[in-house]
Each structure stands twice: as structure tokens, then as C-alpha cells.
Design a protein around this ligand. Structure first.
Ligand code: MN
Length: 195
């Protein structure tokens, strides 16, 4: 049922100058995935919601195969500004290592209240990124443990390994080793995260 059904039923738009209107698209918010060669390689998956970046660390990174359930450990909210960070975190500091902007773009949730869906432990959304597209779901399995899964659609693939086929920065085209080199980081350690 259309949420504007009552509005439309009461009006004859061929006789009134009022707008017939349409349901506004759910607002699009940013998402970013940062490939992070810290003590262990992982992909930081971040969705803008409630004025911050809701964040998960995904050790294996996203998979386009709907059969894959990728562990996503919920981590602390990050500021929205973090979503453009690429560079080197000094060794000895929290998360020390190399950070790459692996993908970014916008997402559209299947619900209006993303924060509420996350508190309830399940969010379905579609991504409009440079590398990732289509429908995805995050499901909490307990505590801070979630699963990130591709949902079946035209953007799904059982054969494409997106993390190895698209290993470069979405903004600078650099590999982790190049980012480490340019930022005075540990190039050898960073390179272990490159294909
Ligand atoms: Mn991280």
C-alpha cells in the first residue's frame, strides 16, 4: 500500500494545482571500505548512520558469492571524516599499519531507520560503490559478531574474487605497498596485504 494513498484519494490532480507527489527515495548515505594492514589484514566496512560511520572489521573482506558468510566484527563508531583517510598509522599506535581506501560510494537501506535496524541486529541495504554493487545484508550472530553476506542479484558472482581482482585504492590506484612507501610506513609489511 502506498504511504500516500490517503493523500491521493482525497484529491483530483486534474482539478487542483497541488502536487500529486511521489514517495521520496530513501536518502542515500555514504559507505566506505578501508583495507587495513594492521597486526592482521582486514577490511574496515563503514556505513554512515546517525551522524557517524558504523564500523565492522571484516578479516576476509567482502565476497560477491551469496554462499559466503563473512565474519564482520563490530568496532567503535568512527567520525564521518575518517571515510576519506588513506595513509600510514605509525607503528605502536592503535591500528598501526597501512590504510587504503578500497571502495566508497553510497548505500541505500531497505528501511528508513538504519540505527534502529542495526540495534535490532539485521540490516539489508544496497551498495552503489566503485567495486561493490547490489544488495547485501549484515546480520548479528551474537555480541559484536556479525555476518556480511551478498544477496542474490545481478551483482552477485560465484567466480569473481573481488578482493584479489580489484586490489587497488579506489582514489589513488595505489597498492598497500605504494601507500606505505609514500607515507614512510613499513613497505614489506604492507606488501603482504597486496596480491
Ligand atoms: Mn582497521
Amino acid at each position: 500500500m502506498s504511504p500516500l494513498k490517503d493523500y491521493a484519494r482525497k484529491r483530483r490532480f486534474d482539478r487542483t494545482p497541488e502536487p500529486p507527489g511521489k514517495i521520496a527515495a530513501r536518502s542515500k548515505h555514504r559507505f566506505v571500505i578501508q583495507k587495513h594492514r594492521a597486526s592482521a589484514l582486514h577490511y574496515d566496512f563503514r556505513l554512515e548512520a546517525d551522524g557517524v560511520l558504523k564500523s565492522w572489521a571484516v578479516p576476509k573482506g567482502p565476497s560477491l558469492n551469496p554462499a559466503d558468510k563473512r565474519l564482520a566484527m563490530e568496532v567503535e563508531d568512527h567520525p564521518v571524516e575518517y571515510g576519506t583517510f588513506e595513509g600510514v598509522i605509525p607503528e605502536g599506535e592503535y591500528g598501526g599499519g597501512t590504510v587504503m581506501l578500497w571502495d566508497n560510494g553510497t548505500y541505500e537501506a531497505d528501511v528508513d531507520d538504519v540505527g534502529k535496524a542495526l540495534r535490532a541486529g539485521e540490516l539489508r541495504f544496497s551498495l552503489d560503490g566503485k567495486k561493490l554493487h547490489g544488495s547485501w545484508v549484515l546480520v548479528r550472530t551474537g555480541g559484536r559478531k556479525w555476518l556480511l553476506m551478498k544477496r542474490t542479484d545481478a551483482a552477485a558472482s560465484k567466480t569473481v574474487d573481488i578482493t584479489t581482482e580489484k586490489p587497488r585504492s579506489v582514489t589513488t590506484r595505489r597498492l598497500l605497498a605504494g601507500i606505505a612507501r609514500d607515507g614512510g610506513g613499513n613497505v614489506a609489511k604492507a606488501a603482504t596485504g597486496d596480491p
